[in-house]
Design a protein around this ligand. Structure first.
Ligand code: ADP
Ligand code: UDP
Length: 239
């Protein structure tokens, strides 16, 4: 990969290729969970997450969600618009699962009567604490207009993707989104949309097809990532 590495995170590397408006987002096979206490690799994860994200960003753009996706330049690389990221993880939920089920003492899998949106402060050293609107204002993590745009786009993204996955026999249980602001001041959906950042359950069998297989040592991780990809995209991923 030519260009200058500007950031290496847990799952991706960002490269500056010399264009002030874009970056290359490179997807790795590395997997982490529980605030990076658990580490491993999932073979072909980078390719699956890159190509699934590209596919879903394409659908979202068609449905009126502005995203950072420009084009895919290889199996594990995509050009994206360079953003100043909002330091928030926006979680959208359609079912009780994971930390919500635990926190509210509910069994995993129960439907929520309405989608639930939660904010988490993106701070690895603090373990990404949950925050509310007042915390966001106090910390000046985003202005009111940006926050309103993020909430509107986050809820719309969830509605679109829940429908898209339902058509493929998959329940979109919950997901984490990240947004940023481009050089023109527009709020765009960034980062990735993948089985690393969403929970996907087979609608018939309830089988998990996402990173919970890694978090909970359920086995056959790569097989389930690939099966999810095939069901949603309609062909094999390119390795
Ligand atoms: P982490 O930083 O949590 O370890 P990753 O390994 O996925 O996560 O790193 C990708 C980083 O790139 C994240 O910090 C994310 O906020 C950031 N990012 C995603 N899209 C863009 C973009 N278009 N412009 C700038 N930064 C981005
Ligand atoms: N999530 C994520 N990154 C994080 C935290 C959560 O992508 O740092 C995703 C996670 O995959 C799930 C959703 O956000 O799809 C909700 O996660 P939850 O709060 O239940 O947390 P977890 O089970 O990871 O503790």
């Amino acid at each position: 990969m030519e260009g200058h590495k500007i950031y290496e995170g847990k799952a991706k590397i960002l490269f500056d290729m010399g264009d002030p408006d874009t970056l290359v987002q490179h997807f790795k096979d590395d997997a982490t969970a529980f605030n990076a206490q658990k580490k491993g690799t999932i073979s072909h994860k980078g390719a699956i997450n890159c190509q699934l994200s590209a596919h879903l960003f394409g659908i979202l753009e068609q449905e009126g969600i502005p995203t950072h996706f420009v084009n895919r330049t290889g199996p594990v690389d995509m050009t994206v618009r360079r953003l100043s990221m909002v330091a928030l993880e926006v979680v959208l939920r359609n079912r009780f699962a994971g930390s919500l089920a635990k926190r509210l003492g509910q069994p995993e899998g129960g439907a929520l009567p309405m989608p639930v949106l939660e904010w988490y402060y993106k701070r690895d050293d603090l373990g990404d604490p949950m925050v509310n609107r007042d915390h966001i204002r106090v910390l000046e993590l985003a202005g009111e207009e940006t926050l309103a745009a993020v909430e509107r786009l986050g809820r719309k993204t969830n509605a679109i993707l829940a429908r898209v996955f339902a058509q493929k026999g998959i329940v979109l249980v919950d997901m984490k989104l990240e947004f940023g602001v481009d050089s023109k001041g527009r709020v765009l959906l960034g980062d990735e949309i993948s089985p690393d950042t969403c929970r996907f359950w087979d609608a018939k069998t309830g089988e998990k097809m996402d990173k919970d297989r890694f978090r909970r040592d359920l086995g056959q991780i790569e097989e389930h990532y690939q099966e999810l990809f095939r069901r949603v995209v309609g062909h094999e991923p390119e390795f």
